[in-house]
Design a binder for this molecule. Structure first.
Ligand code: ARG
Length: 481
């Protein structure tokens, strides 16, 4: 019986017409408007599949040669025309996969029709997307490393500067600027490490899982997985492999964590740039004026970085929600995944690059920060630790220092070092022996002294900062050729 054919779609021939018959349906069903960026991965997946088909005797060597040559030419054509400019994209064919296959058949004829043997768009798109995510994760790794390095470079320039740290955005203990800058460097190092770990989780290749159940043909899925060189072997279960978007969700989670750190950093620097703080200025290119208030220099780029975190979280929640109600196996809902993965990636990559430029241009205002050090009793904890070294239990020391701080406030003294030894002894009278406080107490007071005293591994004072800077320099030396 001749097939009923009213459709141009090769896979719609059993029906009297395809979705292209209705322009709204054609527009509604397509993913070509956003999935063309998978073209390289699609072609690589097709070549691996074709090599496997030849290896198991399902196509001839000549077929394979024609397929490889045809796909190679298509890739060159797309590259020459630019992804959007290639003439082979036909919206009525729905997606990147069908357009490339149709172009191949047009180019090489019969052998092209054999390419889809034992394959479905369901395993094809799962494979393409996994490959794309892994490649994009590699790019992310580079961008996040560059940003982390840029924080370390700034730390190298201005890191010895003593400054206040904040908990609850209230003055806490003195630190050196390098301690804080290395905190950001560490956070972004964590971001690329997370990306690597999550991508390593997805080492299995879906190719050859078919539509849902695999194939009755003797495909060698180990061969195609090996050929792609990105995977450790074929996926275990055809149903899971075609139903899963875990690789995309994990990747967007890693992107969301990066966006979160970018947003926290942006918030901190926005605060540092206020007139009230006056700690920091960044390059003019990264601030904007106001259309009404002539004096303004607004930190718009930082605000946009903070704002775009919301966009990225939205993509993560969208992906999770798209998947939550789906039966196991492919459902067309999954086509929506790519909008979110691509946009989340583009957003975070842009933000990382913007952040790197901002950090490069940043200058901390040393005079302003130094002048601010004597407010907020930053050395109070240091004084309590001094008492601990003299045998006073920490809880008691905390109580003594608390009382001394209140005494200073009541008597219009701004610093603990304004107190005489005698005044301190009197303040501690019922709680500690007189000799617990001596002249050497002043070595523990004042922000400049305190940052030299921290000794714990990873501290935010001078020794911790120097150690972290040395580690960074060592890593740079190792990675430079
Ligand atoms: N463009 C589709 C996607 O991105 C390809 C899969 C279509 N599969 C199907 N059985 N209709 O998910």
């Amino acid at each position: 019986m001749a097939p009923m054919s009213g459709s141009q779609k090769p896979w719609e021939h059993v029906k009297s017409g395809g979705s292209e018959a209705d322009p709204l349906a054609a527009r509604f069903v397509e993913s070509l408007s956003y999935d063309t960026r998978l073209y390289k991965h699609d072609i690589a997946g097709s070549i691996a599949h074709a090599r496997m088909l030849q290896h198991v005797g399902l196509i001839t060597e000549d077929d394979l040669a024609a397929i490889e040559k045809g796909l190679g030419e298509i890739e060159e054509e797309i590259e020459a025309a630019g992804v959007t400019g290639w003439g082979g994209w036909k919206i009525e064919l729905e997606d990147v996969h069908m357009c490339i296959e149709a172009a191949l058949i047009e180019k090489i004829g019969e052998p092209g029709k054999k390419l889809h043997t034992g394959r479905s768009r369901n395993d094809q798109v799962a494979t393409d997307l996994a490959m794309w995510c892994k490649e994009a994760a590699g790019e992310m790794l580079l961008s996040a490393t560059t940003l982390a390095d840029t924080f370390s470079e700034l730390a190298n320039r201005q890191g010895r500067l003593v400054m206040p740290s904040y908990t609850h955005l209230q003055r806490a203990q003195p630190i050196v600027l390098g301690g804080e800058l290395q905190a950001w460097a560490d956070a972004f190092t964590g971001c690329f490490a997370r990306c690597g770990v999550l991508m390593d989780l997805h080492g299995r290749c879906p190719l050859g899982s078919g539509a849902i159940a695999g194939s009755s043909l003797a495909l060698d899925r180990h061969k195609s997985a090996d050929d792609l060189q990105l995977f450790s072997g074929p996926s275990n279960n055809a149903i899971e492999a075609t139903a899963s978007r875990d690789v995309a969700i994990d990747f967007v989670y890693a992107l969301s964590m990066t966006a979160m750190w970018l947003s926290r950093w942006a918030e901190q620097w926005i605060i540092y740039m206020t007139s009230e703080f006056g700690f920091l200025s960044i390059g003019d290119a990264y601030t904007t004026g106001s259309s009404m208030m002539p004096q303004k220099r607004n930190p718009d780029m930082l605000e946009l970085i903070r704002g775009r975190c919301g966009t990225v979280y939205g993509h993560l929640v969208s992906l999770l929600t798209i998947c939550k109600g789906l039966t196991v196996g492919y459902n067309r809902d999954l086509q929506e995944d790519k909008r979110h993965v691509f946009s989340a990636y583009d957003t975070v990559k842009d933000c990382l690059e913007m952040a790197t430029q901002i950090v490069r241009s940043a200058r901390f205002n040393e005079d302003r920060i130094k002048a601010s050090l004597d407010t907020g009793f930053l050395d109070a904890t240091s004084l309590a630790e001094y008492l601990v070294t003299k045998g006073v239990p920490f809880r008691t020391a905390h109580q003594i220092v608390g009382a001394l701080v209140w005494h200073c406030i009541d008597n219009n003294m701004t610093k603990l070092s304004d107190l005489s030894v005698e005044q301190m002894r009197q303040g501690a009278a019922d709680l500690a022996p007189r000799d617990a406080i001596a002249e050497d107490v002043y070595d523990w007071l004042g922000a400049e002294n305190v940052v030299k005293r921290y000794q714990t591994h990873g501290n935010a004072g001078l020794s911790g900062f120097k150690q972290q800077l040395a580690q960074w320099k060592q890593r740079l030396d190792k990675s430079s050729p």
